[in-house]
Design a protein around this ligand. Structure first.
Ligand code: PMP
Ligand code: GLU
Length: 397
């Protein structure tokens, strides 16, 4: 038989989803494992959102909708972006898709030709790199280390630009680092993008999950030129505990929005009609639930960070947003734990799962080979027990 597509065959399964599936399977098999892998809120979707979906089914709102989403939802997203991010879009500039991950895919499809370069600051969320490669573009990885708070600097960005550079992906607050760019940081980076006529894919899906009163700045709010160059990606998964509903959206200039919509019309068509109604309720309804979730996440982060930094051999810096902590395991590389030679974060994560019954995500696939990611989107009890197990793992190893 003829060979399959080279591009398709080079796609790796998502590490985050693989670890999550493994964790859920172990649980189902009766293994007493604690999971810090999945990047999804452990809270339930609020009642008023679920009720909107039930009403949609009862009202027979069960048919195809327009490809870029129902107008109510596009308007609701535009209103929320105006209220929360200080940025104005017409509802026709909003394109809804089946999850923000799909919005990112369609954004890349819309912007790049095969061979174009896309700048990707590392550490990066594992899917960005694969998505760039899936559209035949070339990821240009620019690493920002712990000493730089994992944040791309203007000088490093400028140095990475070539005549082939088409776009950059900026994720703020960041998965996996939880770090946040300040307004000044963003002005410095986006000035360069505009000067070099680069598109900015701004993934702001964690924008509501920021701590210690940190002020979030939305990239397209910086200036009309920046806005014109930006495809803003957002969604309801993280802010409203709706990961399974699969609603994300992009906001962009009219031309980009039209191309994205055309592309969607031949791939997925519109997302689920019922989930769209639920997303309208999420975006237009009471927002207090988010504040409660945010307060819980902040308390968990504080506990996790301070205790982790008291455990010899590992350390972390304190993130300001999202729900992830990057644990530095560099001092352990070259040591042996439970009979396993630790050469990489993968080895460490495997050993911790096998001998410590704690699931974390190794960050080799995130461009950060000396780190493992802990998601604190899990209960305080689990966090305490997980750290107890980490200590025991070291003590017995
Ligand atoms: N962007 C980032 C940075 C994420 O962490 C996620 C989590 N899956 C997504 C996008 C995709 O979210 P969604 O569930 O809406 O596809
Ligand atoms: N974004 C989440 C994570 O990083 C969910 C899983 C995924 O889609 O990658 O864990």
């Amino acid at each position: 038989m003829k060979d399959l597509s080279h591009i398709a065959q080079s796609v790796h399964a998502s590490t985050t989803l693989t670890i999550d599936a493994m964790f859920k399977q172990m649980k189902a098999d009766g293994v007493d494992v604690i999971g810090f892998g999945a990047g999804e809120p452990d809270f339930d979707t609020p009642e008023h959102i679920k009720n909107a979906a039930i009403a949609a089914i009862k009202d027979n709102f069960t048919r195809y909708t327009p490809t870029p989403g129902i107008m109510d939802l596009r308007q609701a997203a535009a209103d929320r972006l105006k209220a929360d991010c200080g940025v104005s879009y017409e509802p026709t500039q909003i394109v809804v898709a089946s999850g923000a991950k799909h919005s990112l895919y369609i954004a890349l499809r819309t912007l790049v030709n095969p061979g174009d370069e896309v700048i990707l600051p590392a550490p990066y969320w594992v899917s960005y790199r694969e998505l760039i490669e899936m559209v035949g573009a070339v990821p240009v990885i620019v690493t920002a280390g712990e000493a730089e708070d994992f944040k791309l600097t203007a000088a490093k960005l400028e140095a990475a630009i070539t005549p082939k550079t088409k776009a950059i992906i900026l994720n703020n607050p960041s998965n996996p680092t939880g770090m946040m760019y300040s307004r000044e940081d963003l002005i410095a980076l986006t000035d360069i993008c505009v000067r070099h006529d680069l598109y900015i894919i701004a993934d702001e899906i964690y924008y509501r999950l920021v701590y210690d009163g940190a002020v979030f700045t939305s990239i397209p709010s910086l200036s009309p030129e920046v806005k014109e160059h930006t495809i803003l990606v957002n969604g309801v998964s993280k802010s409203y505990a709706m990961t399974g509903w699969r609603i994300g959206y992009a906001a962009a200039n009219g031309k980009i929005a039209k191309v994205m919509s055309n592309y969607l019309s031949h791939s997925t068509s519109a997302p689920c009609s019922i989930a769209q109604k639920a997303a309208v309720a999420a975006l237009c309804g009471p927002q207090e639930g988010i504040r409660a979730m945010q307060a819980a996440f902040q308390e968990r982060r504080d506990y996790l960070v301070s205790r982790m930094n008291r455990i010899p051999g590992v350390s972390c810096i304190k993130p300001q947003g999202a729900f992830y902590v990057m644990m530095n395991i560099r001092p352990l590389v070259g040591t042996t734990l439970h009979g396993v030679k630790i050469e990489s974060a993968d080895d460490f994560a495997d050993a911790l799962l096998k001998f410590g019954l704690v699931a974390v995500v190794p960050c080799g696939g995130f461009g950060a080979p000396d780190f493992v990611r802990w998601s604190y989107a899990t209960s305080m009890e689990n966090i305490k027990a997980g750290l107890d197990r980490l200590e025991k793992f070291f003590a017995e190893g």
